[in-house]
Design a binder for this molecule. Structure first.
Ligand code: V47
Length: 364
């Protein structure tokens, strides 16, 4: 790998990466400020190739959002609403099961994330999981963000560990990475004051990992946070991964402003998304996977991201609601063959995976 820049700082980072040395906060900020995209991509690709060779992962899944009613009403969210709003909906247990059963037969994962409903008891969520487990015994249930788990603990009066144990017994297999937003308390307090704090989010995940439940991690960027806030967020996640080893993949989520209380902010550009993916790959040296979520960054940028450190482009999704409420122009689902072609076009080998990254099928 040749350095294409004379910037000593960047050359120093390149040396560290080649020597497997951990990058610091100031290295992370320098990477985000680096405009030599080919250099940045090359460095992140070097690590991606070391970790996952020429492979790129995807899965066949369906999203289910049980309700859009939410007591949190975060400023960045266009999906949530109050319970008396005309668009408010809450699925019954039967409706949730029907939605799952109507999904394509080859799905290996249900991704279940919802609003924090003011009236639904914890029992409702347990029933949904039990019923899904009964009807779809072989489908992986990736359900409830750390924020939802924290809320279930509050409404049930049980501790987080007890809540997680009950959900695991009912059939939850792993946790999605949502709700992390941005950990800086000042920013968090401004954009999502009613949500679980950073410490609460990290504590739920720590407890889940201790119980043997894997999870993902995310970061919502491109709103009012600084570059330093983003790198601090990555470092907090890296520290927890050192402690537990329970994270599977990191997913940087670019803010979509339409229909939100922050609609005056411009959404991150494709270049910024590529820089964020590359910097995540380089900072999170203890993560096996970095996911480029095609729904949020668009398939074209997701393709480029495979040369910027990403090794996963998420799944077929089927009915994405959260980003589309905030103005996303992408489709709400994608055919498996399209994902395969996007990956092949970049000269990579597509691997259909299950949620835990076991190979379902390799497409040479
Ligand atoms: O937690 C909400 C974010 C997340 C907006 O774990 C927004 O595999 C952009 O976490 N613009 C939900 N983002 C999505 C999520 C996720 C997606 C795909 C895969 C996985 C996984 C996790 O979406 C929320 C929040 O951080 N979000 N509103 C918005 N306007």
């Amino acid at each position: 790998m040749q350095a294409t820049t004379r910037d000593l700082n960047l050359l120093n980072i390149q040396k560290k990466v080649q020597n497997n040395e951990r990058l610091t906060k100031s290295d992370g900020v320098s990477l985000m400020n680096c405009n030599d995209l080919l250099f940045l991509g090359g460095l992140a690709r070097y690590i991606k190739n070391k970790k996952t060779k020429n492979h790129v992962y995807f899965n066949v899944n369906r999203h289910i959002n049980l309700t859009n009613v939410c007591v949190s009403r975060c400023k960045f969210c266009a999906f949530s609403c109050n319970k008396n709003d005309p668009d408010a909906y809450t699925m019954t247990v039967e409706e949730a099961v029907k939605t799952a059963l109507d999904a394509p037969k080859d799905i290996t994962e249900l991704h279940i994330v919802s609003g924090l409903h003011p009236d639904k008891p914890f029992h409702y969520y347990v029933e949904v999981i039990k019923s899904l487990r009964e009807k779809l015994p072989s489908v992986h249930l990736k359900a409830f963000t750390a924020v939802e788990i924290n809320y279930f603990s509050k409404i049930s009066g049980m501790c987080v560990e007890e809540v997680l144990k009950i959900l695991k017994d009912a059939g939850v297999d792993s946790l999605p990475g949502g709700g992390a937003e941005i950990f800086n308390p000042k920013v968090r307090n401004e954009v999502c004051p009613k949500k679980a704090t950073a410490e609460e989010w990290l504590n739920v995940i720590r407890t889940a990992h201790k119980l043997g439940l894997k999870s993902n991690a995310t970061m919502l960027y491109g709103h009012i946070e600084t570059l330093e806030d983003r790198i601090d967020h990555l470092i907090k996640i890296r520290e927890l991964q050192d402690e537990t080893g329970g994270f599977q993949t990191f997913i940087p989520l670019p803010f979509h402003p339409e229909n939100t209380k922050l609609s005056h902010i411009k959404k991150p550009t494709g270049i910024e998304n590529l820089k964020m993916i590359a910097t995540s790959r380089l900072m999170l040296d203890n993560f096996d996977h970095i996911k480029a979520y095609w729904i949020m960054i668009e398939p074209k940028v997701a393709q480029f991201s495979l040369d910027f450190g990403a090794d996963d482009i998420d799944g077929t999704v089927t009915e994405e609601k959260i980003t589309h409420a905030a103005g996303a122009k992408t489709d709400k689902f994608i055919e498996k063959n399209e994902l395969i072609n996007l990956i092949k076009e970049m000269g990579r080998v597509p691997i259909e995976r299950d949620t835990l990254y076991n190979v379902v099928r390799l497409y040479e």
